[in-house]
Design a protein around this ligand. Structure first.
Ligand SMILES: [Zn+2]
Length: 354
């Protein structure tokens, strides 16, 4: 195999592992779904809502696998997980189940287009091939453009046969009201900090507790997000961000060098990192404790910044960051990254009076 293929195979293997993980903090959500499935039945369309890294996708995958599972006594013995033996379960493991359709982004930051939703509609217009039902996943709902969302509405309204649609989103505010009103919501929450750290330690026993805790802080407490954050090497990226911003705001580094250093990274990563930085400074300016920061180890530097910050200017910058992040997450950010970074670096500089 070529290096690319090996890499892709490895990525697929990790992705599959992630989906098959047992997520202890979602046990209650899972049980609630089972009760409904074996009771009054699951709704035609569900909206799985929660922050990134709280385990929506593994749960949706495992639910799909159970719904499709052909175990003969599934309903009579109310099994709480798929059988893992039948042809349906095997096809799910192989990633080639004919009654399972996943609608997602081609790449991070890309939109889900109307063509993909049309394929989904075509898929649902057929009858199930081997299982008793069809299951569709859409992730993330925020990435559907308006045309794609409109193409989905009819399908959400008029279920054709035995079908289950599992939609996943991070922010309710960015889901169209027409989609919200046609789906039943299932809320996901991150575990408490100690449970998150215990789980992450089990997954990554060779990483220090300090690094694991830092990853969790950086990822809003979402353990799965923290796991991929560490796997993607974002811990060292975090350190580079700090060095670059210390240099720029401390006056020891030029605009162009700073901008060049930042432009090496994914723009949305940078915007999200800046948002975290601005929140830390704002928190300190308002008297928060060091433990509440996402970068407690940088408290001294952050306190210096908080002492000279113009809150109004920082708030304005925060709004800009939010707007850009929203557009990028929805695949609509057609930005010139270097220009945007330079203009925002100047905004950063102007937020401090000395
Ligand atoms: Zn099975």
């Amino acid at each position: 195999m070529a290096v690319d293929e090996i890499e892709l195979a490895e990525q697929n293997r990790i992705a599959r592992q992630v989906l098959q993980q047992n997520i202890p903090w979602n046990a209650e959500v899972w049980q609630g779904l089972l009760d409904r499935y074996y009771g009054t039945g699951l709704p035609h369309a569900s909206l799985l809502l929660g922050n990134e890294g709280t385990g929506k996708r593994p749960l949706a995958y495992q639910l799909a696998k159970l719904l499709l599972c052909k175990s003969a006594d599934k309903k009579t013995s109310k099994i709480n997980a798929c059988c893992d033996q039948c042809r349906s379960c095997q096809l799910m493991d192989a990633g080639s189940h004919p009654d399972y359709f996943v609608c997602d982004q081609e790449a991070k930051g890309k939109q889900i287009k109307v063509d993909t939703v049309r394929q989904l509609n075509d898929f649902l217009s057929k009858t199930p091939q081997i299982s008793a039902c069809q299951v569709v996943q859409i992730y993330p709902v925020e990435a559907m453009n308006l045309n794609a969302s409109n193409a989905l509405l009819k399908t959400l309204e008029e279920p054709s046969g035995e079908t289950y649609l599992l939609l996943m989103a991070e922010r309710l505010g960015s889901v169209l009201p027409t989609i919200r009103s046609r789906t039943q919501r299932i809320n996901f929450h991150p575990p408490v900090a100690e449970q998150a750290l215990v789980w992450l330690t089990e997954q990554m026993p060779n990483t220090s507790q300090e690094d694991l805790a830092q990853a969790l802080r950086q990822c809003g407490g979402g353990p799965l997000k923290a796991q991929s954050w560490l796997r993607d090497g974002l811990l060292s990226q975090d350190a580079t961000y700090i060095t670059l911003m210390q240099g720029w705001l401390g006056g020891s580094q030029q605009l162009q060098d700073t901008s060049k250093g930042l432009a090496k990274y994914d723009l949305l990563d940078t915007i999200n990192w800046w948002t975290g930085l601005s929140l830390d400074i704002m928190k300190l300016a308002m008297g928060a404790e060091i433990q509440q920061l996402s970068h407690p180890q940088q408290a001294e530097w952050l306190q210096q910044l908080a002492a000279t910050v113009s809150r109004l200017k920082l708030l304005t910058l925060q709004h800009k960051l939010q707007e850009v992040a929203g557009r990028l997450a929805a695949g609509q950010g057609n930005y010139n990254a270097s220009l945007l970074i330079e203009s925002m670096l100047l905004d950063w500089q102007q937020s401090f009076s000395s």
